[in-house]
Design a protein around this ligand. Structure first.
Ligand SMILES: NC(=O)c1ccc[n+]([C@@H]2O[C@H](COP(=O)([O-])OP(=O)(O)OC[C@H]3O[C@@H](n4cnc5c(N)ncnc54)[C@H](OP(=O)(O)O)[C@@H]3O)[C@@H](O)[C@H]2O)c1
Length: 248
């Protein structure tokens, strides 16, 4: 792999938003390592992205809750590419449960996937990100948070808390690493049309943000100059954050 090809790691790339992000990054010329739990889904996404003469597309299946798996992601990507231009911490889980019914297992699962893995994988990728930043002048971390991380949602208390943590963590990353040329961005979408949004379809059709909308926002962050950092992007549906009485 020649050092002028940029590379990315995308977690949660086996479907939904992550698949759309991987597609956009390959389109932008990034070689990509895609991560998810389902090998079958990752293989299918990779098959759809590989083109003769196009960037390399690799995938690795496992659970981000296992620290050993995080090490494996870094080892594999480093062995192939030596550095990392863009880490997209996108994988996440969301389950609705009322306050008063939270359990330790429920909370731990959300914390482990939605924030612990984000912090640990970023730490483990830092040498590769620093290598890319010293070679090209900049590298990037993009973390998929949620609009629920900006304004907590009823029924999603634990999820909202983990996503607020992702926002806070991304701000701290920016504060600490921007001087080295490592940019950090939190993406905060409202309801996106993926399997995660299935519970919201029960009452009938709901117009949602497309996974491609989110991926296009990330494409934008990869295109701006080294001098420009985009710390946060909020993507909302027209009625999100608007009280019912305010909807005209
Ligand atoms: N959909 C929305 O309305 C919405 C809104 C705001 C923010 N978000 C955030 O956007 C991100 C992507 O969500 P999505 O809507 O695309 O959901 P999705 O379709 O359910 O996809 C979730 C992805 O995360 C992966 N994943 C989950 N737990 C994992 C683990 N322990 N180890 C490895 N991979 C794991 C899944 O892998 P497998 O499928 O292979 O298991 C899948 O690729 C999440 O962080 C979510 O919180 C979603």
């Amino acid at each position: 792999m020649s050092s002028d090809v940029r590379s990315a790691v995308v977690t949660g790339a086996s479907g939904g938003i992550g698949r759309a992000i991987a597609r956009v990054l390959v389109d932008e010329g990034f070689a990509v390592t895609m991560v998810g739990r389902s090998a079958d889904k990752l293989r299918a996404v990779a098959d759809s992205l590989v083109e003769p003469g196009g960037p390399e597309v690799h995938w690795l299946s496992g659970s981000l809750s296992e620290e050993g798996f995080l090490d494996e992601i870094v080892e594999r990507h480093s062995a192939r590419f030596g550095s990392l231009d863009l880490l997209v911490n996108n994988a996440g889980i969301a389950e609705s449960r009322p306050v008063g019914e939270q359990t330790a297992d429920f909370v731990d699962e959300h914390l482990t996937t939605n924030i612990r893995a984000v912090i640990l994988l970023t730490d483990k990728c830092l040498p590769m990100l620093r290598s890319a930043a010293s070679r090209r002048g900049s590298a990037q971390v993009v973390n998929t948070a949620s609009n629920a991380g900006k304004r907590g949602e009823a029924g999603l208390a634990t999820y909202s808390a983990t996503k607020a943590a992702v926002v806070g963590y991304t701000e701290a990353l920016h504060d600490e690493l921007a001087g080295e040329g490592i940019k950090a961005t939190a993406i905060c979408p409202g309801l996106v049309d993926t399997p995660m949004a299935d519970p919201y379809r029960a009452g009938g059709a709901v117009e949602m943000i497309s996974p491609d909308d989110v991926a296009e926002a990330i494409r934008f962050t990869t295109r701006v100059s080294k001098a420009c950092v985009i710390p946060e992007i909020i993507l909302l549906r027209p009625t999100e954050w608007v009280a019912a009485s305010e909807i005209r």
